[in-house]
Structure formats: C-alpha cells, structure tokens
Ligand binder design. Structure first.
Ligand code: CMP
Length: 147
C-alpha cells in the first residue's frame, strides 16, 4: 500500500470541480484517509515547491497556489502514487490525454487543477508538511475485497 499527498488547487476549488475530481479517485478504489481545506502561505509554498523555487515560473506559481484556498488530502491504495498520476495525466493540461482529469478539464501548464506526489520520498515529505499523524484516519474499507 502507498500513500500520496493530493492538493485540489485554487482553480479546482474556484471552478467547483472538487466533487468531479474526488469522484474519479473514489471510483478508482482509492481510500481518502485525510482531508482538509486550507490557505497555502508563501512559506508553505516555498517548502512544498522547494525543487521549483529557483525556476523562472516560481513567482507566478507561488502567487497562484496562495491566491485562494486549496483542499489537501491523502489517498491510500496499491501503487497509489503512480495510479493517481495516471488519473491526472501530463503536467500541462495542454498536452494531457483526454480521459485524464487535466486532459478533460485544464488548458494550462500552471492551472492544472490537482497536485499529486511524484514518488515515495516526496509523498512522505509532502504528507508531513500538510498533516500531523493525529489527522490521518487510516481504516480498513469494507469494500476492499471487491476493488
Ligand atoms: P504540480 O504537479 O503541482 O508541480 C509543480 C507545478 O508547477 C505544476 O504542477 C504546475 O502547476 C506548475 N508548473 C510546472 N511547469 C510550469 C511552467 N512551465 N509554467 C508555469 N507553471 C508550471
């Protein structure tokens, strides 16, 4: 079992796409084991996007991610990290395949609706940035045998 940190970004919240995105994760059989709405601060943005801070697009990215609330969640499931990234599609909504969340709903490199951890190490780091152990509600889903 793997865990992945997901952010429904400001464009997802503002466009009322939270339910549509969550439905895809739930339909796939992933477990939501933590979820909350919050405002990302510039400090948190710099920690979250540490690998991008020096990139030319970072100032705009920080402005975007701090512009409006986000929903953070942890998804758990078998190979959850790659399963979620496949559901999202390519980073840019302009090149993401139809049928993926970004391919269906985004036309932007930056406003790509959802962030998801790209590996086990970043998942552990990002989960610790957004959630304390007490906020994680791991449970055994009763439908596990069917998915
Ligand atoms: P995310 O998966 O959250 O990881 C880094 C984010 O930076 C990415 O989604 C986009 O929102 C943003 N991003 C990546 N590349 C670019 C780019 N070339 N121009 C603007 N924003 C970008």
């Amino acid at each position: 079992m793997e865990r992945s940190l997901i952010l429904l970004k400001p464009d997802c919240v503002q466009r009322r796409l939270m339910g549509a995105v969550l439905t895809r994760f739930e339909n796939k059989g992933l477990n939501v084991i933590a979820m909350k709405m919050l405002q990302v601060t510039p400090e948190l943005a710099k920690q979250h996007y540490a690998e991008h801070v020096e990139k030319p697009f970072y100032p705009e990215l920080e402005g975007f991610i701090t512009s409006s609330p986000v929903v953070a969640m942890i998804l758990e499931g078998t190979e959850a990290i790659s399963v979620v990234r496949n559901i999202l599609g390519a980073t840019s909504g302009l090149s993401a395949n139809p049928g993926t969340i970004r391919g269906d709903f985004s036309c932007s490199k930056q406003m790509n609706l959802v962030h998801a951890s790209d590996g086990a190490e970043s998942a552990a780091r990002e989960i610790a940035l957004y959630f304390s152990d007490a906020e994680i509600c791991a449970y055994q889903p009763t439908i596990a045998a069917w998915v």
